[in-house]
Ligand binder design. Structure first.
Ligand SMILES: NC(=O)c1ccc[n+]([C@@H]2O[C@H](COP(=O)([O-])OP(=O)(O)OC[C@H]3O[C@@H](n4cnc5c(N)ncnc54)[C@H](O)[C@@H]3O)[C@@H](O)[C@H]2O)c1
Length: 364
């Protein structure tokens, strides 16, 4: 008799526990769906990369499949009509995560309340233009947008500069937005990083997702140094160094490097347009890993303000290997640098110092 009573009591307790568990799970998913929207600014949104990136953001590729977003899109007056068209398409796509779209040519309206700023808008180099003329146009754009962000964006706004010269535009933005923490201003070299992963995967016929820890050092330009000395490939017998698997230092030290450095030009030659889909996807990867974190044991390349790590002088936005956790990046420390790498890392730093002084000469 006692046994039956006990069994009944246990069944009732189990039933109540299952019921409570269901309620907690339901409330949890309800809380997740109701996450506050994050406001993402895309400048140059009527351009090629803009058109590719806004649907990616609205689908959750940047901030996660459970994160609602509000998109702010900025472009200049001549592109206002095209920008309106992009907004219409975003509405027509009925993205469930998209909780609002602002399309404007007013920098103040665009920057207001922004949590993530993806700076794609800039002045392209046109035929017959001197490097200094292009630099001068971009310096004034980034100086003006720095103050709009500083005054109107959320105080913890994270900034990713995509427009070229990306490292130097980011540096100018940092200089003219002194109240934005320097840790919050970065530039895109993830496209070069992804290109390096892609070249390795093609060469040895492995999945790109099994290759990790390449590094892009320096400038997002043809002096960048794609480094595979610490990169590995996942195999059935554990992670193996890329150098060991490829077993062709001649290829790795020459053709591989120039292919990654010149990939942008190769895309223009083939498409008659510069890379847009891969640049948009890389910008999403950059922000996603920065906000949500890099997987354990994996680093990515980001253009960040140098703190003197690896002998790179402070005062430059330089691409380093970084780990990200809880919304912060930190430069991976203690990697061994051989003489070949040292020279290439210094050469790209020298180019960045030259770009910096050219940018400053445009300000005067
Ligand atoms: N860092 C990288 O890996 C990487 C990769 C690819 C392209 N890029 C650079 O990204 C930038 C954009 O490329 P794209 O192919 O989309 O160019 P695009 O010419 O198609 O678009 C640029 C857009 O910026 C707008 N714009 C110009 N001045 C502006 C301003 N002051 N404020 C707001 N918007 C402005 C233009 O009207 C245009 O709509 C270029 O500078 C390109 O060189 C960088």
């Amino acid at each position: 008799m006692d046994h039956i009573v006990l069994l009944q009591k246990v069944s009732v307790a189990l039933f109540i526990f299952a019921l409570l568990w269901k309620i907690v799970k339901h409330m949890w998913s309800f809380l997740n769906v109701e996450k506050e929207p994050v406001t993402v600014l895309v400048t140059g949104a009527a351009g090629q990369i803009g058109y590719a990136i806004v649907p990616m953001i609205a689908r959750g590729a940047m901030l996660g499949a459970d994160q609602p977003v509000i998109l702010h899109m900025l472009d200049i007056e001549p592109a206002a009509e095209a920008l309106k068209g992009v907004r219409m398409e975003l509405i027509d796509a009925a993205f469930p995560l998209l909780k609002g779209v602002v399309a404007t040519t007013d920098a103040v309206e665009a920057c207001t309340g922004v949590n993530i700023a993806v700076m794609v808008g800039g002045f392209p180099r046109k035929e017959g233009m001197e490097r200094k003329d292009v630099m001068s146009k971009n310096v004034s754009i980034y100086k003006a947008q720095a103050s709009a962000l500083e005054k109107h964006a959320a105080s913890d706004c994270k900034v990713l500069v995509v427009a070229n010269p990306a490292n130097t535009n980011a540096l100018i933005l940092k200089e003219f937005a002194p109240s934005i923490p320097e840790k919050n201003i970065t530039c895109l070299t993830r496209l070069d990083h992804n290109r390096a992963l892609g070249q390795i995967s093609e060469r040895i016929n492995v999945y790109v997702s099994d290759v990790k820890n390449v590094i892009i050092w320096g400038n997002h330009s043809s002096t960048q140094y794609p480094d595979v000395n610490h990169a590995t490939v996942k195999t059935c017998s554990g992670d193996k160094p890329v150098r060991e698997l490829i077993a062709d230092d001649q290829w790795l030290n020459n053709e591989f490097i120039t292919t990654v450095q010149q990939r942008g030009a190769a895309i223009i030659k083939a498409r008659k347009l510069s890379s847009a889909l891969s640049a948009a996807s890389a910008a999403c990867d950059h922000v996603r890993d920065w906000v949500l974190g890099t997987p354990k044991g994996t680093w990515v390349s980001m253009g960040v303000y140098s703190d003197g790590s690896y002998g790179i002088q402070p005062g430059l936005i330089y691409s380093f290997p970084v780990n990200c956790e809880k919304g912060n990046w930190s430069i991976v420390q203690g990697l061994k640098i051989d003489e070949f790498s040292r020279k290439k890392m210094d050469a790209t730093a020298t180019e960045l110092m030259e770009e910096k002084s050219l940018a400053y000469s445009c300000l005067n």
